[in-house]
Design a protein around this ligand. Structure first.
Ligand code: SF4
Length: 553
């Protein structure tokens, strides 16, 4: 079976759960699509460019039904939630679809019996495994066809986008797989819906805000022809098998799913459903098992992790969770993505400051700085309030790296609004910043707004912000030169075999700039997945250069 995962880390965790289920069911993974009998594409559908990439990948995989051994093509993920019927109608090569709330149905879709097993729920795919070598070969295959299958990765800020950002771009493409005889089972829509309705809805309690917004139509899919009407309610647990595809050292944990916020540009809530948290004990148990299996860096993810636990009746849920996780022995780096600006509490900041192993890193997508635009986005606040938040964060956690992302070209964004944003960026001096062009998504409230901006205006505003941040970043990075920091060595650079690449606690996995290592100090070689001390010797616009001083730690 071959697996392609597109989009953000949240989607990657879904892919890992589906791969874990298939693996537990006896499926054998291959990363060479031409060898796979079953191919799965886990799609992204946040904005137009992501949809297009998903469709292109499905069509590319469909070729293996005629040119390879593939007998079955399964499409999973956000595109299914949006275009369930359309996919089946327009791409006849697709044999089954699996929505974001139906991950466990991947087994039926693949024609694999549900396994009965008590084995550990985690398997880790390492960089040295057969899968990795397969990935490399797959990458070669796809260069010929124009689609880069290597791990080209980017940050989608707070979940909307795969458009290029200031600090680099791409999307997570993981290609893994297995060969198992398909049973020819056709996973129909009716079957999907009945499974979903009966699955976990009754066990999940939502936040009152979510229930209220549902009554107000926030999650409605009525404008979406051919989309299923029931919202996903699925949450994986500590007992759900997962194949960790991010190496031995780092792993994501999804602590919550869905979103209840009313942001008018965003269709994530329509795609992923109401906000729901995983049980506290479930997250702790999963983290403990991951660390016991060798993982040293955990990144907690969700659409808005700062809401964590509100539906469970927990006060300061994220801070409490971080505090408990930070006590797990052997966990070297712990971080979370993404924070909602008005939920950055004093308790949360104190918790980050108190624990050495909680990375001094905060990703808080602000989306804009003009109060008028933020009001129309239904997010509220503005530059003045945000500047106070930035000051509060920096005062509570000295040296913290701040990342944010903005949308340019929201309907009605005037020149004055844009200048407010520029001035705010100049004043706030973020360490990392992403800029996304407004994408006019059908089903979002902003879709109905007048005063849409011309694409050329949007593009030129984006370029201006990128240039501005480049200057800010260059100056800020100069101050890193001479510092000695702990670096996680990630392997030979994808750009040249003369350099290695790594990250500090101030770089989230596959999101921010890179640290290139050009001097191993006294060491003959480095080991990927190990931590070293290193001195920063050079700073470029976004990337740093370092010399190893000691290690591995
Ligand atoms: S917080 Fe806003 S932008 Fe982020 S997922 Fe929720 S609705 Fe979308």
């Amino acid at each position: 079976m071959g697996f392609v995962s597109l989009g953000c880390p949240k989607n990657l965790v879904d892919s890992e759960v589906m791969m874990g289920l298939l693996d537990r069911g006896g499926a054998r993974l291959t990363s060479r699509p031409e060898e796979a009998e079953i191919l799965v594409v886990n799609t992204c559908s946040f904005i137009d460019t992501a949809k297009q990439e998903s469709v292109d990948t499905i069509l590319e995989m469909a070729r293996y039904k005629t040119e390879g051994h593939a007998k079955k093509l399964i499409v999973a993920g956000c595109l299914v939630e949006r275009y369930r019927d359309e996919i089946r109608k327009s791409i006849p090569e697709v044999d089954a679809v699996v929505g974001t709330g139906e991950l466990e149905s991947i087994l039926e879709a693949a024609g694999i019996a549900r396994p009965i097993s008590t084995a550990s729920p985690f398997n880790i795919l390492t960089a040295t495994s057969e899968i990795r070598s397969g990935q490399e070969s797959l990458s070669g295959t796809h260069k010929a066809s124009g689609h880069d299958f290597s791990r080209a990765v980017q940050t989608p800020g707070n979940n909307e986008a795969s458009a290029p950002d200031v600090n680099g771009s791409g999307s997570i493409n993981n290609h893994l797989g297995s060969t198992q005889e398909a049973s020819g089972h056709d996973f129909s829509r009716a079957e999907n819906i009945s499974k979903r309705a009966g699955a976990s809805a009754s066990e999940i309690v939502f936040r009152p805000e979510g229930d209220l917004r549902e009554r107000q139509g926030r999650f409605s899919r009525e404008d979406w022809d051919g989309a299923a009407h029931l919202l996903p309610t699925y949450l994986y647990t500590e007992d759900t098998p997962r194949l960790i595809s991010t190496g031995r050292t780092s792993a994501y944990i999804k602590i919550a799913e869905g979103c209840d916020h009313p942001c008018t540009f965003c269709v994530i809530p329509n795609l992923r459903g109401k906000f729901r948290s995983r049980r506290f004990e479930s997250v702790i148990a999963e983290a403990q098992r991951l660390v016991a299996s060798g993982v040293q860096e955990i990144t907690l993810i969700g659409q808005d992790t700062t809401c964590y636990g509100e539906d469970l009746g927990l006060k300061d849920g994220l801070a409490t969770l971080l505090d408990a996780l930070a006590r797990i022995e052997g966990l070297r780096w712990l971080r979370f993505l993404y924070a909602y600006p008005n939920r950055i509490t004093g308790k949360l900041l104190e918790t980050i400051a108190r624990h050495d192993n909680i990375c001094k890193y905060l990703d808080v997508p602000l989306q804009h700085a003009s109060p008028d635009v933020l009001k129309r986005m239904k997010r509220g606040a503005g530059a003045d309030i945000f500047l106070k938040t930035v000051e509060k964060v920096r005062a509570a956690v000295p040296g913290i790296a701040l990342r944010t992302s903005f949308i340019v070209g929201f309907p009605g964004e005037s020149q004055t609004d844009f200048e407010t944003l520029e001035q705010f960026i100049t004043a706030a001096k973020f360490d990392w910043l992403g800029v996304f062009n407004y994408s006019d998504e059908e089903g979002s409230k902003a879709h109905a707004l007048d005063s849409k901006l011309h694409k050329r205006t949007i593009e030129s505003r984006k370029r201006r912000l990128m240039k501005l941040q480049q200057k800010i970043s260059k100056q800020a990075k100069q101050q890193w030169v001479g510092r000695e920091l702990v670096i996680l060595a990630e392997g030979e650079s994808s750009e040249t075999e003369l350099l290695w690449e790594g990250r500090t606690e101030f770089h989230a996995p596959e999101i921010d700039g890179k640290v290139f290592i050009n001097d191993f100090g006294d060491l003959a070689n480095l080991e990927a997945g190990k931590f070293y001390r290193a001195e920063i010797t050079e700073a470029h616009d976004y990337d740093l250069v370092a010399r190893i001083t000691s290690g591995p730690l």
